[in-house]
Design a protein around this ligand. Structure first.
Ligand code: DC
Length: 216
């Protein structure tokens, strides 16, 4: 019997440092880094590109039913194409996408579709996947769950330093209070507060916990 692929679930609020950590943990373990937020962002970009109001749920769902997602990999990093259009970093981080992504991600049917894509992707290869509901909803059975946190001040400052215009507090509120799969800390997650830690220190903490469990 073949072993099932390794799944590392890394959740946390916006700008908590979870992407950096997930990317480096994936590289250290030789598995693929997947940014699930990029999938919600890609679909949001597609909604805007099609001239649809992100709050017009019927129109958004009509588009969803007609939309193909293609999840691939390049040098250990997951890629996403929507409607056949490969997404670039700039498109995914655009200000209009930042503003519309949380309402789009709150629609249950959008989540169902993207969660199915995430599970299919991880059934074929090991992943370190980061997002909001990866440990709580997408892969509740994985023993490797992490929640990376940081204070709101530190997170706002990180986004400013990146030159990205993002209303973190507003997205936090929508992401944590929505009905469908809100941001929560899974009961069995290892919680790391990255406010006063370097990226190296967070990565080491996460890798040590994974190695500890792999060796059990
Ligand atoms: O991680 P990020 O900031 O790029 O995510 C963008 C948005 O997508 C975030 O505001 C909430 C949503 N998201 C989600 O609802 N579930 C996920 N697993 C990942 C992201």
């Amino acid at each position: 019997m073949s072993e099932s692929p390794l799944i590392i679930a890394i959740d946390g609020p916006a700008a908590s440092g979870k992407s950096t950590v997930a990317k480096r943990v994936a590289a250290a373990l030789g598995i693929v880094f997947v940014n699930s937020g990029a999938m919600y962002r890609a679909f949001t970009w597609w909604v805007l590109q099609n001239g649809i109001d992100p709050h017009d749920t019927d129109a958004v769902l009509d588009l969803l039913a007609r939309t193909e997602f293609t999840c691939g990999e390049e040098d250990g990093i997951g890629t996403i194409a929507v409607g056949g259009v490969p997404m670039t970093r700039d498109e995914l981080a655009a200000t209009n996408v930042n503003a519309a992504v949380s309402p789009i991600a709150a629609i249950p049917e959008v989540r169902e579709r993207l969660v199915a894509e995430q599970r299919r992707y991880a059934s074929a290869r090991g992943v370190a996947m980061e997002g909001r509901d990866i440990g709580s909803v997408v892969f509740p059975e994985t023993p490797y769950k992490f929640y990376i946190d940081a204070s709101p001040e530190v997170r706002e400052a990180r986004r400013r330093a990146e030159g990205i215009d993002d209303s973190i507090a507003k997205r936090d509120r929508i992401d944590s209070s929505r009905k469908a799969s809100p941001l929560v800390i899974p009961d069995d997650a290892v919680v790391v507060d990255s406010s006063d830690l370097s990226a190296d220190e967070v990565v080491e903490t996460v890798l040590a916990a994974i190695r500890g469990r792999l060796g059990e």
